[in-house]
Design a protein around this ligand. Structure first.
Ligand SMILES: [Zn+2]
Length: 174
């Protein structure tokens, strides 16, 4: 499979047909999809007004890609910092942290997984991703509130009634 940057370049490649470019944008979600594949696609398409007939507005693909790239950059920066911190802790003979981190257990995927593709946070992707990462970094008790919107009435094992994010992430319902 090609890398995210290589796939992103094809989305911007105006020598390709809009349909091909849209297909490459979807391929980007195999590398990075904070809400899960379907919910992230629905979010990008809605927020960036990607039309059903893509010939009408090909630049909408580039807008959506930009939103996705901004959020991905946040996760990558944290992942790099986290890896460096772990290396240092190992050198010092300390055991690795016991707190799970989204990028550690799930990679770049599903850090705010939404089981219903049409029910997801409506804010810009990077804002939600940053809030989720900050919540983890602060060591907040995930059982007491939604990690994406702060809603304090999570239903055990069910998606947040307010924003649609599943507490605990994909496959890890709290
Ligand atoms: Zn929520």
């Amino acid at each position: 499979m090609t890398s995210f940057p290589a796939t992103a370049r094809r989305v911007r490649d105006e020598s390709l047909s809009p349909r091909r470019r849209r297909s490459h944008l979807r391929d980007c979600l195999y590398h990075f999809a904070p809400y899960g594949f379907h919910a992230t696609w629905h979010h990008l398409a809605t927020r960036n007004r990607i039309p059903g007939d893509i010939e009408v507005d090909p630049p909408s693909l580039v807008r959506a890609l930009g939103e996705l790239e901004t959020a991905r950059a946040l996760v990558l920066a944290r992942a790099v910092a986290f890896a460096a911190q772990r290396r240092l802790q190992k050198q010092e003979g300390r055991r690795v942290p016991t707190t799970p981190h989204p990028w550690d257990s799930w990679g770049c995927h599903d850090i705010a997984y939404c089981p219903d593709p049409q029910k997801h946070p409506t804010e810009e992707l990077s804002i939600v991703v940053e809030r989720v990462l900050d919540t983890y970094a602060a060591g907040v008790d995930l059982a007491g509130r939604c990690l994406a919107c702060g809603d304090e009435n999570p239903r055990p094992g069910k998606a947040c009634g307010n924003c649609g994010v599943l507490p605990g992430g994909y496959g890890n319902p709290v």
